[in-house]
Design a protein around this ligand. Structure first.
Ligand code: SF4
Length: 403
């Protein structure tokens, strides 16, 4: 497989129109005032947006004469659902979104007995070029705006609240940035998104810091910057190899920032926030699943405020990469635990719906991007819960674009 170059600078083309969710509260109020409306209308619009109301006709607390103009100026529709794919009896739902410029991104909503998690995308495509990742192989199209990222979480919250997901009306409790893209490569907009996820109504979803997981492939300067933000969201670092030799090829960003630097930056984050970080490790057959690599990883992380989350790779069509067999997974876990490192294996939800983020968009690119919403294709209904071989902590639809 030919190595792709790392791409840090996203093309500026294609960014969407301004949206209320891109703005601070003061900016939103100023924008409303510019439209000749009292500033408090911004709060009303925000309340509707974060509740998932998209139809101006439903914004009955805003004078009818002003609704259309305000919505057009500050609540432009940015995400059009192209299709939903469901699995796990409807409790896992993946949505392919078309953006205003035709770019495609995905989010996955997963409902569990005790929580509901949405996995969201932060970029269209990704410039980090991980060779095992469908998204990485497609390259970087552009950064998403804050409103485009927030909108995925808002849609998930609305789907939960309305009872669309089997189990009755519920609440979105968790957000993970493990969809398409490397969140820290789109730093400012992801920071705006984090603030909105944590903010209380009307300008946010009111999630707890612990319930928001930001996953990075290891952009060390950006991890340091995040450490200084005063937020304490959960940090997940996609390591995938404990040694530089393998990681240089498996996670090309490692050619910039080495394993020790990434772990040191995560340690500093944990020290500042008091929050254990997660080390994401895709178990790939005969690539990084050897017992000696488990020992190396155990040595690297022993005594640290870290938790290892092993992810059996969700193979992408046409890829030579495959998941580790169960005995190799068990051996890997046992060795890490013997080293004193807390370890779980991720529940790989949604494998039968192209559960690796990037795959659905990739297949649509191959088949020709549909320009209109498509009916949801019939999906095989799983007869049982997907296996969770050795315990699970971090939510995720298999190995997504685990930035
Ligand atoms: S694994 Fe994550 S960082 Fe790597 S290419 Fe895929 S989306 Fe990007």
């Amino acid at each position: 497989m030919t190595a792709l170059p790392l791409v840090f600078d996203a093309p500026r083309r294609g960014m969407p129109p301004r949206h209320l969710a891109d703005l601070t509260r003061d900016e939103a109020r100023a924008a409303v005032a510019e439209l000749g409306q009292p500033a408090f209308r911004a709060d009303q619009l925000a309340r509707h947006f974060y509740r998932g109301v998209t139809d101006p006709a439903q914004m009955t607390d805003v004078p009818a004469a002003a609704r259309e103009a305000l919505a057009e100026a500050l609540l432009p529709g940015l995400l059009t659902p192209v299709r939903h794919l469901s699995a796990d009896g409807g409790r896992t739902r993946k949505t392919l979104w078309r953006l205003h410029d035709g770019a495609l991104v995905e989010s996955v909503l997963m409902r569990y007995p005790d929580r509901a998690t949405v996995c969201i995308s932060s970029q269209a495509g990704c410039g980090m070029a991980c060779p095992f990742c469908a998204t990485g192989q497609g390259g970087l199209t552009r950064n998403l705006s804050a409103a485009e990222i927030i909108g995925q979480a808002v849609a998930a919250a609305a789907a939960m609240a309305s009872g669309e997901i089997p189990g009755g009306p519920g609440r979105l409790s968790n957000v993970v940035f493990m969809g398409m893209g490397e969140p820290l490569a789109n730093y400012a907009r992801v920071r705006t998104t984090l603030r909105a996820l944590l903010a209380t109504a009307p300008y946010g979803l009111g999630l707890s810091q612990r319930a928001v997981t930001l996953s990075t492939v290891g952009l060390v300067p950006a991890i340091r910057r995040l450490t200084e933000e005063g937020m304490a969201v959960t940090l997940a670092v996609s390591l995938h190899a404990p040694d530089d030799e393998l990681r240089d090829s498996l996670v090309p960003i490692n050619t910039r920032w080495k394993v020790d630097e990434v772990v040191a930056a995560a340690d500093a984050y944990a020290e500042r926030t008091g929050r254990r970080y997660s080390v994401e490790y895709a178990l790939i057959r005969d690539v990084n699943d050897q017992p000696e690599r488990a020992d190396l990883l155990g040595k690297l992380l022993a005594g640290k405020l870290a938790h290892v989350n092993l992810i059996p790779l969700n193979p992408t069509p046409g890829s030579p990469w495959d998941a580790s067999p169960l005995p190799a997974q068990r051996e890997f876990v046992a060795r890490l635990r013997a080293a004193g490192v807390a370890t779980t294996v991720r529940d790989t939800r949604g494998q039968d719906i192209d559960g690796a983020c990037g795959q659905l968009a990739a297949s649509d690119r191959v088949d020709g991007v549909p320009s209109l919403a498509l009916p949801t294709p019939a999906m095989p209904t799983p007869t049982a819960e997907p296996p969770v071989p050795l315990g699970s902590e971090t939510d995720g639809p298999g190995l997504e674009g685990t930035a």
